[in-house]
Design a protein around this ligand. Structure first.
Ligand code: PGA
Length: 248
């Protein structure tokens, strides 16, 4: 049985004050939550969020990492630095990184590898564009994205990877994949892992992301192959986020 995981992706949002209020609000409701809960904060707030979350069930993640260990990479943050804060998770390959910062499948695969090598758990994101879905290429796209990582780190590494399926057309748009659309693609992703190892396919968490909110979370998470959610907009309000966490 896979545990439900709900992860918040705050993206580039927040202030010292709002972040502290958000974490305090989430912590206040955690006693009633069964799911594993992770919040992925912008780098400047990681230390504060990690400090607030210490001794609680709340887990903390970063949103990106650089593949180099250290050196002349102005503006970048290494896996070691993330670990240094006691942070355990890192989002890799989010569609915004792929589309706005040119991260290719190879770059994403390398970031997954570096995260794993440094003891971080990657939240590895995949998903198709609207035109790719409309032209019937969803399965080809997610296969390519998953296989780039399997080729690099091997299927065994998925013991320490959380997959997030995020159809790009559903991210931040208010248009959610229907439970059928999401379930079909999740089952397909699991079958890709099963082509290599059926036990790993069964144990790998596959989260859905893309306009998940308190109103649709329960129905999505109830689907057999949907093991939780990666939540953007609705993770910025403690009350909404907690309602999603309780849906699992
Ligand atoms: P959204 O974002 O929930 O605002 O659609 C999800 C994500 O980008 O991870």
């Amino acid at each position: 049985m896979r545990q439900t995981i709900v992860a918040g992706n705050w993206k580039m949002n927040g202030s010292k004050e709002s972040v502290s209020n958000l974490v305090t609000g989430i912590l206040a409701g955690m006693a009633e939550v069964q799911s594993k809960v992770i919040v992925c904060a912008p780098f400047p707030y990681l230390s504060e969020v990690e400090a607030l979350a210490t001794h609680s069930q709340l887990q903390v993640g970063a949103q990106n990492l650089n593949v180099n260990a250290s050196g002349a990479f102005t503006g970048e943050v290494s896996a070691d630095m993330i670990k240094d804060f006691g942070v355990q998770y890192v989002i890799v390959g989010h569609s915004e990184r792929r589309s706005l910062y040119g991260e290719t499948d190879d770059v994403v695969a390398e970031k997954v590898q570096v995260a794993l090598d440094n003891g971080l758990t990657p939240l590895f994101c995949i998903g198709e564009l609207l035109e790719e879905r409309e032209s019937g290429n969803t399965e080809a796209v997610v296969s390519r994205q998953i296989n780039a990582v399997i080729d690099r780190v091997g299927v065994e590494a998925f013991k320490n990877i959380i997959v997030a399926y995020e159809p790009v057309w559903a991210i931040g748009t208010g248009v959610t994949a229907t439970p059928e659309q999401a379930q079909d693609t999740h089952a397909f992703i699991r079958s890709l892992l099963a082509d290599h190892d059926s036990d790993i396919a069964q144990s790998t968490p596959i989260l859905y992301g893309g306009s998940m909110n308190p109103a649709n979370a329960e129905e999505l998470i109830a689907c057999e192959d949907i093991d939780g959610g990666l939540i953007g907009g609705a993770s910025l309000k403690a009350e909404d986020f907690l309602r999603i966490c309780k849906a699992g």
